[in-house]
Design a protein around this ligand. Structure first.
Ligand code: SF4
Length: 357
């Protein structure tokens, strides 16, 4: 019997032409780290993100020139753009008027209700959604004082309060996020909020850390949530090149069977039986096919004794031996090849497989 993830029921919200929530695929998003007003740099980065499968991109809008830049950026990229706004309602309105497909705000830090209403009216007019983005660093003072720290209940209460502000203006094109840099706090907060609202959830571990640490924290946190059926769009937050966020997001989704894209390497940890340079070859394959869209599982195993059997689920695999190694498909040997030639032969098989996949 195979394990199946049953996703929690959520409403569908559209960001540009991308649908989030309901039965739609879990959408992968990222965020640029260029100055948004530097149109050339930002467009270049978004195109790189598009190439590795990013489906929505968020840009920071800290000033007027960044807000205005959205118009030109949009003309040169394909994926929807979300403007990330803090404090300044005028910037939010300007971003929407310049074509942002969605905005992320924390209504509580925008100020008085009239200002929030102006943003909501503008979002209604342009038919775009708003993400209520609460995180542990932006919980309002009175809630923090009540709980003493940015704990699970503080995040949830802050989120509920912010969503209600929008609902009180009859605005329902809402997505929600409530992130902490602490994995368990984030998981518990999302579990609670998913019982309260049916709005689609944007999930992520905020400020997760450097590429390695952040990948581990995000994989654990998002893995738990996704396994529980929680999450309609994901952003892996890493201190590094944002393309790594997208690769990591797909790997998390791939490992749970929720999205299939790109190469998944199954490689053995190596042991005293190892007969080929597994590490070198696995890294070489992963690098060579980094931007592949087609889903494919490739095995690189150190010995023929256990390799093909242990990597039965691989679409194609290689297993080493002292003299004659094997190339195999779904555990069955396709060809026996002298090890000196095996790498070259394997790439011929792999390219052929990908052409016909
Ligand atoms: S596949 Fe062979 S070489 Fe690799 S860990 Fe297993 S037994 Fe060792």
């Amino acid at each position: 019997m195979n394990a199946n993830i049953i996703r929690k029921k959520t409403k569908v919200v559209k960001v540009g032409n991308v649908k989030i929530g309901g039965n739609n695929p879990i959408i992968v998003q990222s965020m640029t780290n260029t100055p948004t007003y530097d149109i050339e740099k930002t467009v270049r980065q978004i195109r790189k993100l598009e190439k590795c499968g990013c489906e929505i991109v968020r840009v920071s809008v800290p000033d007027k020139k960044s807000s205005m830049a959205i118009k030109s950026i949009k003309e040169r990229v394909k994926i929807p753009i979300i403007a990330d706004i803090h404090f300044n309602y005028r910037l939010a309105i300007m971003a929407i008027e310049n074509g942002a497909n969605g905005i992320r705000i924390n209504p509580g830090n925008i100020g008085d209700k009239n200002r929030i209403k102006k943003i909501v009216d503008c979002a209604k007019l342009h038919n775009i959604p708003i993400r209520v983005g609460v995180n542990s660093g932006s919980i309002k003072k009175s809630i923090l004082e009540k709980y003493g720290e940015p704990c699970i209940d503080a995040l949830v209460e802050s989120c509920v309060e912010n969503v209600k502000i929008l609902e009180n203006f009859n605005f329902y094109k809402i997505k929600i996020s409530l992130k902490s840099s602490d994995v368990l706090t984030t998981v518990e907060a999302y579990k609670k909020i998913s019982k309260i609202f049916e709005y689609p959830l944007h999930i992520g571990i905020t400020e997760a850390g450097t590429i390695k640490t952040g990948t581990i924290k995000s994989s654990v946190g998002l893995g738990i949530l996704l396994y529980l059926g929680i999450g309609d769009t994901i952003r892996v937050s890493l201190s590094g090149d944002p393309v790594e966020e997208v690769f990591t997001a797909y790997k998390i989704l791939y490992s749970l069977g929720l999205r299939k894209r790109g190469i998944e390497i199954i490689s053995c940890p190596t042991c005293a039986r190892t007969e080929i340079d597994v590490v070198k070859l696995a890294n070489k394959i992963e690098k060579k096919y980094k931007y592949l869209e087609k889903p494919v599982k490739i095995a690189v195993m150190g010995c023929v004794v256990n390799g093909p059997g242990e990597a039965k689920e691989a679409d194609l695999g290689i297993a080493g031996s002292k003299e004659i190694g094997v190339i195999f498909k779904k555990g069955k040997i396709l060809k026996k090849v002298p090890v000196d030639n095996i790498e070259k032969e394997f790439f011929i098989f792999l390219d052929d497989y990908l052409r016909n996949a």
